[in-house]
Design a protein around this ligand. Sequence first.
Ligand code: ADP
Length: 483
Amino acid sequence: MQKTEKKESKERRPVGMKLKMFSYMAAFTAIVIIILWVFQIILLDDIYNGTVKTETKAIASAITLAADLGDEEFRTRVYNMAANNASCVSVYEIKDGFGREIVTAHSQNLCVIHSHMLGESFLANIYANAKNSKIYIDDTAAAGNETGSILCAKVGQRDGKDLLVIVNTTLASVDAAVNTLHIQFGFITVILLMVAAVMAYIISARVTRPVADMNNEAKKLARGNYDVDFRGGEFLETAELSKTLNFAAEELSKLDTMQKELISNISHDLRTPLTMISGYSEVMRDIPGEMTAENMQIIIDETKRLSTLVSDMLDLSRLSGGSRKLNLTVFSLTECIRSTIDRYSHLCEKDGYSVTFDTDGDITVEADEILILQVIYNLISNAINYTGEDKRIHVEARIFDGICRISVSDTGMGIPEDKLPFIWDRYYRTGDYHKRAVTGTGLGLSIVKNALILHGSPFGVSSTVGKGSTFWFELPVFNSDID
Ligand code: ADP
């Protein structure tokens, strides 16, 4: 028997921001409390002992250093130091191994110095220890008190004799302090947790509100509603995200409008020649004597127009969709321009158009010949469409610094400056003065732009209203007979 095992997806369910934020804050609070607990309660005894030891040593050293003072002043210094630090101090002058007390200060009960009334042997022992080390310290000293004390001794010099300074500080009990801290910590923990909860709520509300708002707007956008407004709140990241989303929404809306326009333009452009073809065909079928060569020609022309439109649309979608790759070959640009002009020769003869061409010799370029031919064809075709009453078009190929600039000029009514940036968009038309001497699909300049962008070639237009326009583009010269 075969068992089919169901693989359960172990995707973790996302946790709400507020809960997550609170758990982080609570963890932070716990860490702070643990650190405080360790330092304030567990290490309190050691830290306190260490501090008292340091202070007691400091008094012993300070008194040793003050040994040069006069008797009275020295005594006062000893009393003050003992009183200020709640320590007991005794200073002995050592002569012939015998210690004579020269000053003693008594600032606390149960001190080792005064309770034991240091015996000679004890004193000799301390003196020997202090003499051997820089400073003698005994932290086990106790004089009937449970907490013990710190005894510190240091040997100094006074009038050529050794001076033994003994300082004793009784340690206080830290139990009371620890108990107080316990209670305090209870309160602190509760207060901190409450603060953490409030902070987590405030922070997460501030962070989540814009995110939740943006999420709602994004859902609207996903449903195709482009009238959305993303607000990012006060944080840099969410503000940037909202900007990006607003931009994306704007672009999507533009794209949607363009798509609708495109469909309506395409259907309009396809319908016009189709109506003509079917209309003329019916007339030729039904009305005797209408089977004329002119009517046939109209059907042929409209069919050509349809096929141009379809191939233009295909070209443009390949070019702008990125599926068209450059096929670079070396070819004569001059020949390419001449052959394009020749394609209009019958139009020139029939309708009186004159297309002139000036070139700096025979210019060879390395480019995609089919695309460049299309560019030239579209520019000349537009020039013929829009040129003025004199029906003149001038094409030039000039070389500057190894670059060939091809320009196509007409004497038409030109393009207003505010319309110039848009003429390269597909289906953009500046007005209704389309003469249609040759077929125009409204895609020509868009194809030109995409083909030249693919080549990385600079291009542009200069136009004066009422005088005419000059469309140009540049290609690096591969070879020319005037180089
Ligand atoms: P169309 O088929 O309409 O000519 P194009 O993409 O070739 O489409 O051109 C876009 C628009 O740019 C034209 O509709 C026209 O308004 C303007 N245009 C193009 N070439 C010229 C020109 N030589 N003179 C004046 N306007 C021009």
